[in-house]
Design a protein around this ligand. Structure first.
Ligand SMILES: Cc1cc2nc3c(=O)[nH]c(=O)nc-3n(C[C@H](O)[C@H](O)[C@H](O)COP(=O)(O)OP(=O)(O)OC[C@H]3O[C@@H](n4cnc5c(N)ncnc54)[C@H](O)[C@@H]3O)c2cc1C
Length: 404
């Protein structure tokens, strides 16, 4: 028996921050749209990220990305309004890690120059703190310390809040359960229900790929060149225990020496995610060596922090971007080919900008009421991915490291 074909305006592949923001924008425009997720929502970059709503500090201090500098400058304001519930999507129930970041620098001439550039170039300008305003963790640092209006969100909570009201538009797919054929005026997507094995055919005019590192394989499925993608690996460090709350960057010259963000795990322990240059250099190191280096870095850049009783581990992850011949993209990227839009937000902070740009290209001119998609009411919905510190893996106590 032939399967009935369900017509759609748009199909989105991949439910990280980019896909969910785009889905939300399409739904609000009254488009018939579904998002297909092959694993758990946010698997890959979004759940592994540090959740900082960047305002361009990194670009300002490195002098890199002048075109994007103005775009990223606007992102903290865009997010602040959503996080306050003053604009859509309403993100006021997203768990916040912090309302601001600290930025502190190591005391070198190069570092000072970068600092001055940051002060002039940014919309959310760093405000230098007096000694009596410093949090305990930042007392005793060599250079000056500033507060920067970059909020820090809990990525898992963001994924939960964004997906919560759109469950009928978000479908779980199974490995090998998606086939694609090109038609004259769009695409036929043939799905298998991962629970029942029943087929479901969808005709769509537009396809949006927001699958992070999965974009390369999806592009092959749509007969597009996979080489247009690049992956930049990171080896992140995590510490847990009786740690002070700290969210911010230590700047040295034109580099972010470490970026530390703080969260709590399900057992109510403080957890630090430690990235920045340390995580970029860390890809060449085994976990034990990287942890040792991280401990040395922390002692140097945060002399007042007591690491007694802390435990450490690492995780590897990858930033997925449009291929840029060795350079680092500093804005969103969208490739438009045969009604397939391959998207990379480049930063979590850029997700609203990416969604706006997709709507500008494929959305209807006027807003209309969201439409209910009832054809998939019995289809399974994906869960949200677990953050890296909740995975079952060995943690090394600092006392063991010091005895080696
Ligand atoms: C360690 C780290 C820290 C970061 N920190 C920050 C930060 O503090 N601030 C910031 O602004 N940015 C940060 N970033 C960058 C940011 O995380 C990414 O730019 C952003 O999360 C990318 O989102 P995405 O939705 O495009 O991709 P992803 O989050 O990777 O999501 C892709 C989704 O697609 C799904 N998928 C994959 N293949 C398929 C398929 N075939 N079919 C269907 N679904 C598929 C995946 O399961 C996943 O759910 C960080 C990145 C990393 C790695």
């Amino acid at each position: 028996m032939a399967t009935a074909v369900t017509p759609m305006d748009c199909i989105i592949f991949g439910g990280g921050v980019a896909g969910l923001f785009t889905l939300d924008a399409c739904v609000r425009k009254g488009m018939r749209v579904v998002l297909l997720e092959s694993k758990a929502l946010g698997t890959g970059q979004t759940i592994d990220s540090q959740g900082i709503i960047h305002g361009g500090l990194k670009y300002a201090i490195t002098g890199n990305g002048s075109r994007s500098a103005s775009a990223i400058k606007d992102m903290p304001t865009v997010w602040r309004k959503c996080l306050a519930g003053e604009s859509l999507p309403n993100l006021q129930h997203v768990v916040m890690r912090s309302d601001f970041c600290h930025v502190w620098r190591t005391d070198s001439v190069r570092s000072k120059l970068g600092w001055i550039a940051a002060k002039f170039a940014l919309r959310t300008k760093p405000v230098i703190l007096d000694a009596d305003e410093l949090p305990h963790a930042l007392q005793g640092t060599k250079g000056s310390v500033a507060r920067l209006g970059e909020q820090v969100i809990e990525p898992r909570s963001l994924l939960e809040i964004l997906s919560h009201n759109m469950t009928e538009n978000i479908l779980q797919t199974a490995e090998g359960g998606v086939e694609v054929s090109r038609l004259e005026d769009g695409w036929l997507i043939q799905l298998l229900n991962p629970e029942t094995g029943e087929p479901q055919d969808i005709f769509t005019k537009k396809v949006v790929l927001t699958a992070g590192s999965g974009n390369a394989q999806l592009r092959t499925l749509f007969s597009l060149e996979a080489e247009k993608t690049q992956a930049r690996p990171l080896h992140m460090v995590m510490a847990r225990g009786d740690l002070p709350v700290l969210n911010g960057h230590c700047i040295d010259g034109a580099k972010t020496r470490v970026t530390i963000t703080t969260t709590k795990d399900y057992a109510d322990r403080w957890v630090w995610q430690i990235g920045g240059q340390l995580a970029e250099d860390g890809i060449h190191l085994v976990p034990e060596k990287l942890i040792q280096r991280a401990v040395n870095e922390i002692k140097e850049v945060l002399p007042n922090v007591d690491l007694s009783g802390a435990e450490f581990t690492t995780y590897t992850t990858t930033r997925a971007e449009q291929f840029t011949r060795g350079a680092r993209p500093s804005d969103i990227s969208i490739l438009e080919e045969n009604n397939v839009y391959t998207c990379w937000p480049t930063k979590l902070a850029f997700a609203p900008r990416l969604a706006d740009e997709i709507i500008r290209r494929i959305g209807p001119k006027n807003d209309s009421e969201p439409v209910r998609i009832q054809e998939f009411s019995s289809w399974p919905t994906p869960v949200v991915a677990l953050p890296p510190w909740e995975h079952d893996q060995p943690w090394t106590p600092i006392e063991v490291l010091q005895s080696q």
